[in-house]
Design a protein around this ligand. Structure first.
Ligand SMILES: [Mg+2]
Length: 253
């Protein structure tokens, strides 16, 4: 399916970029369960090098918490937006700023746990500001899970929205999007005044794509992304290869 949509030409890299990178499905191959992802040994070091190349303006923008991102890439840390922008850390050693959106109530969390308990192989991930139900181990559960979560959400009346991810349904507070994450990071150094480039693979990344496009930057979809008619990379390994070429391309420019 991935080769049915056209590829866009990659922009010529420049040291004045602010680079925003989604993690799962973009930097890392998606695993059956979020905790099973494998970080290639060379990746954290490469990201640290790119951080220098872009004057510190490189950020991970993920649905994961920043704490979880730090565990994945340890011992290195990066500027980051976690939980779709509910948490922002503008540089690796800066304190974390939280933009508290609505937090799901205990009642809603328990109800979603019950939906996830309906079948073997479903994984409910309770996050600070959201809840994800993964059905990768049981793809036939896509629509039953959707129906169940929608019913629970309607009943609860909580200000959250349901997003279709890859093999995951995500309940996200209406207050946080990756677009707002980019906007917040772009407000201050080292990001301010740079050309934003966003690489992502999923529906939640489209908000980031729209924000960087609005700012004259580049949106680079990985694989087939909902609402996008073109792709820039076939898969995460293509992204990693491209990232590895950037330092030399920028040096030679
Ligand atoms: Mg992703």
């Amino acid at each position: 399916m991935a080769d049915l949509i056209p590829s866009i030409a990659l922009p010529r890299p420049s040291s004045d970029w602010a680079l925003f990178l989604d993690v799962d499905g973009t930097l890392l191959d998606i695993a059956e369960r979020p905790e099973e992802v494998v970080v290639p040994a060379a990746l954290p070091v490469l990201l640290a090098e790119l951080q220098r190349v872009f004057g510190g303006a490189l950020a991970l923008v993920s649905g994961r918490t920043i704490e979880n991102l730090d565990q994945l890439f340890q011992p290195l840390t990066f500027a980051a937006a976690g939980e779709h922008g509910a948490e922002i850390r503008p540089s690796p050693d800066a304190p974390l700023t939280v933009y508290p959106p609505h937090q799901p109530t205990a009642a809603l969390r328990a109800a979603i746990d019950r939906v996830g308990g309906a079948a073997e192989g479903l994984v409910v991930e309770q996050k600070r500001f959201g809840i994800a139900v993964h059905y990768r181990a049981f793809p036939a559960m896509r629509y039953p899970v959707q129906t169940g979560v929608e019913a629970v959400l309607r009943e609860s009346g909580e200000p959250m929205e349901l997003l279709a991810g890859k093999m995951v349904w995500e309940l996200r507070s209406r207050g946080s999007t990756k677009g707002r994450a980019v906007a917040r990071l772009m407000e201050a150094p080292p990001f301010h005044g740079r050309l934003p480039v966003f690489v992502g693979d999923d529906r939640t990344d489209v908000d980031g794509f729209l924000e960087v496009t609005r700012r004259g930057g580049a949106a680079l979809p990985v694989g087939v992304v909902p609402m996008m008619t073109e792709m820039a990379f076939a898969d995460p390994s293509a992204v990693r290869i491209w990232l590895a070429t950037l330092p030399a391309l920028i040096r030679d420019a």
